[in-house]
Design a protein around this ligand. Structure first.
Ligand SMILES: [Zn+2]
Length: 213
């Protein structure tokens, strides 16, 4: 018989003794009445950029989908298996979230793969290579700019990609219509892992600025 890693079991014991014990009524209410989060976050799989940690969210507060490099594929109602689109559909239709936040982060491995498609151990034909094809045009434009250092290209593409993903959200007709009616707001954010800084995308200019907190 295989066991869960001891670190997970120890963490679970702590969770039950502390957080669950302190919020047991909240968990019971959420179980009885269902979840009603107002915000959906689309974040990267990266272990250093967990939205619930960064936004100090409790149970029931954030509806989160995480994928490599926090991408949003354009609306494409075909026969493929669209995990992120399914999560968006549930968040918008069933949960009626009021906000969707695309949150990228510094030192993103997915963005790095897009900028260096031939770097080992990945190759362009692998899943990540194909997935990151969603930002290939921007990555190629970056790669052709000799004025920028590798680190500058990385940060720039992380932020440019967030703008692309917010634009892709608007290709979903049921997101666009709700945004136009003022029922749904779309946001971009970028988290700097090393300093903990959060930068928020200005909806008018697309620039990233530090919010007053
Ligand atoms: Zn990432």
């Amino acid at each position: 018989m295989t066991h869960l890693p001891e670190r997970l079991l120890a963490g679970y014991r702590n969770f039950m003794a502390q957080r669950h014990a302190a919020e047991s009524e909240r968990y019971r209410t959420l179980a009885r009445e269902g979840q009603a989060p107002e915000t959906m976050v689309i974040a990267c799989c990266d272990s250093r950029a967990a939205p619930e940690t960064i936004f100090d969210a409790g149970p029931g507060e954030l509806f989160v989908v995480r994928n490599v490099a926090n991408l949003v594929p354009p609306y494409r109602p075909d026969e493929q298996h669209h995990g992120t689109s399914a999560a968006l559909e549930f968040a918008v239709y069933a949960l009626k979230v009021k906000h969707i936040v695309v949150m990228g982060h510094g030192r993103c491995g997915g963005i790095n793969a897009a900028l260096n498609p031939a770097a080992k151990p990945l190759s362009p034909g692998d899943f990540i290579g194909r997935w990151m094809g969603l930002v290939t045009p921007a990555a190629e434009a970056m790669a052709g700019n000799p004025m920028m250092t590798a680190a500058e290209r990385q940060t720039a593409l992380e932020r440019i990609s967030i703008r692309f993903q917010v634009a892709n959200l608007r290709t979903f007709p049921w997101i666009r219509s709700r945004e136009e009616r003022g029922e749904l707001s779309l946001h971009g954010a970028w988290f700097d892992i090393s300093t903990g800084e959060l930068w928020v995308m200005d909806p008018e200019t697309g620039d990233f600025v530090r919010p007053e907190v």
